[in-house]
Design a protein around this ligand. Structure first.
Ligand code: MSP
Length: 511
């Protein structure tokens, strides 16, 4: 079985999670579920990034010791996972012993290989994003990542990043899909063409970090610390990464603002430590609120837990994947959420399942059988649905989640049209045999659509499979043959319509 290792970035613990964080995690969960369906042995990880000046300062502002502060916020990120129905295999905190050991080991490998040296650094420091910039990189006096920039000088260790320019460019050329999508790849290459400076990888201006081995006055640069989490989670340094199939198949999902760290620094660190490089860096866009990136510092965040509590995690997962064309930015809005929920989940899909299943229960003694022959209309219907579903898997593999869902929605509308046109309620008096055939075909297409819907709306999918008497693990297994007879005992409502006049939206008032 093929191994696939899927990672979310690890989240800063300076503030509680919002929709932007939930998005990266949900994308990874949906992708993990999809890979598992295709038979991959998936290892899916997430966690929290807990060191650095920014976190130390947030703890100071809150008047709490950094460890206690990070304990409490990391817990919020961990507790969010069951709300989002996320199936991660591990959760890492960079303050854990296993990680500190891995980072110290990694540092020593870089040092032994001659890529670290002691020097002095002056530059503009963006504390929000924990990165230095040169004067000409500033935009209107701020860092290019949008944070306030402070001029600072400090003695620190440098990593010989400049040595890797050609090797990295060569690697991108030989591995054109390493950075996805290509727009981000082009940005990275254009950044590299300006020349790579050596990178400051230790700090002395604060203490909240992993000490440099044998020089504890320095703490290790938080990005070097954080990126190493991906190795820690794969058992580094105890497991041999060079022979790890999982490591060779690691896909890092990241927001577009952190591509540079993952696509330039990280492969350079790994090359220096003589370790294999990840398979792919997949970058997504931002959720905006009134045109600005949703972020705690801008005070325009939305709380994912509120959406899960009020409308269910399936609804949030569906909205996030459908609304944003993967890789691009998009606006998050409650009205947009309700529109998509009502039109697709409640009216088109939920209602289709409900009316077809109820009809089977009420008019067919709870069961329908596979028809012996198909009419021309039936054949057209099944072929059209299959055409929608056939290409969907390759869309998924190219991270085109919104287009994938669009295909499923089209298949749902074909099924609704088929039922409307065939009118099983009229056939009930004129031709019961035909009525049963129509219902079987409708149920069968619902089942096929629901299998592909499963990675996005797993709770609902399980309800549908349960109504059909098919255990979830069988229903989503690649080689499962559909039974020739469906038995439906009880019909369960899937997505009740959101009625704006009766829903209490007060919970959103303080976001
Ligand atoms: N700690 C670093 C990552 C280290 S990984 C070795 C970090 N943390 S973060 O908390 O700021 O961001 C984590 C993820 O959340 C990123 O992928 C980021 O893009 C995502 N999001 C945070 N706000 C977001 C939006 N408003 N919209 C979409 N995703 C955004 O960076």
């Amino acid at each position: 079985m093929r191994s696939t290792y899927i990672t979310t970035p690890i989240y800063y613990v300076n503030a509680k999670p919002h929709i932007g964080h939930a998005y990266t995690t949900i994308v990874c969960d949906v992708f993990s579920r999809f890979c598992r369906m295709l038979g991959s042995d998936v290892f899916f990880t997430t966690g929290t990034d807990e060191h650095g000046k920014k976190i130390e300062q947030s703890a100071n502002n809150a008047g709490i010791a950094p460890q206690l502060f990070t304990d409490s916020i990391s817990k919020l990120f961990r507790d969010l996972l069951p709300f989002l129905n996320v199936t991660n295999d591990d959760f890492i905190r960079t303050t854990e012993r296993r990680h500190k050991d891995a980072v110290a080991h990694f540092w020593n490998r870089l040092k032994e290989s001659g890529y670290l040296y002691l020097g002095e650094y002056s530059g503009w420091y963006d504390m929000r994003n924990e990165a230095y910039f040169s004067e000409d990189e500033l935009v209107d006096g701020k860092s290019p990542l949008g944070g306030e920039a402070l001029y600072m000088t400090e003695k620190c260790y440098f990593f010989r990043l400049s040595d890797f320019q050609d090797r990295l460019l060569d690697f991108y050329e030989k591995n054109p899909s390493f950075i996805f999508p290509s727009q981000r790849r082009n940005e990275v290459i254009s950044f590299m063409s300006r020349g790579l400076n050596d990178l400051a990888v230790s700090r002395t201006t604060f203490t909240w970090g992993i000490p440099v081995p044998d020089d504890p006055g320095h703490v290790i640069y938080v990005w070097l610390d954080a990126l190493t989490n991906y190795l820690t989670l794969n058992g580094y340094p105890n497991n041999d990464q060079s022979s790890s199939e999982r490591w060779r198949n690691v896909i890092h999902f990241v927001g577009k603002e952190i591509v540079r760290f993952h696509a330039v620094y990280w492969p350079a660190f790994l090359m220096a430590a003589k370790l294999p490089l990840p398979k792919q860096i997949v970058s997504h866009g931002w959720w905006l609120s009134e045109g600005e990136k949703m972020s705690k510092s801008l005070g325009n965040v939305q709380d994912p837990i509120k959406y899960c509590k009020l409308f269910g995690s399936d609804a949030l997962r569906y909205y996030l994947l459908r609304e944003l064309s993967f890789g691009e930015d998009g606006n998050f809005s409650l009205s947009g959420f309700i529109n998509r929920y009502n039109s697709i989940l409640a009216n088109a899909y939920g209602n289709l399942c409900n009316r077809v299943f109820s009809f089977v229960v009420k008019s067919c003694d709870n069961k329908v059988e596979r028809p012996r022959d198909l009419t021309g209309d039936d054949q057209l219907f099944v072929t059209a649905v299959d055409a929608d579903l056939k290409g969907s898997s390759s869309l998924f593999q190219r991270y085109a989640f919104s287009k994938y869902l669009e295909k499923l929605e089209h298949a749902i509308s074909l099924a609704n049209q088929y039922v409307d046109f065939q009118k099983p309620w009229a056939l009930k008096t004129s031709d019961q045999g035909r009525m049963r055939d129509v219902l079987f075909l409708a149920v069968e297409q619902i089942y096929k659509i629901t299998r592909l819907f499963y990675p996005v709306i797993p709770i609902c999918a399980e309800k549908v499979f349960t109504q059909l008497g098919i255990p979830m693990d069988k229903a989503i297994a690649t080689d499962y043959a559909l039974p020739d007879e469906f038995h439906i005992d009880v019909v369960e409502s899937l997505f009740p319509r959101i009625d704006q006049s009766t829903t209490n939206f007060d919970v959103f008032a303080d976001d």
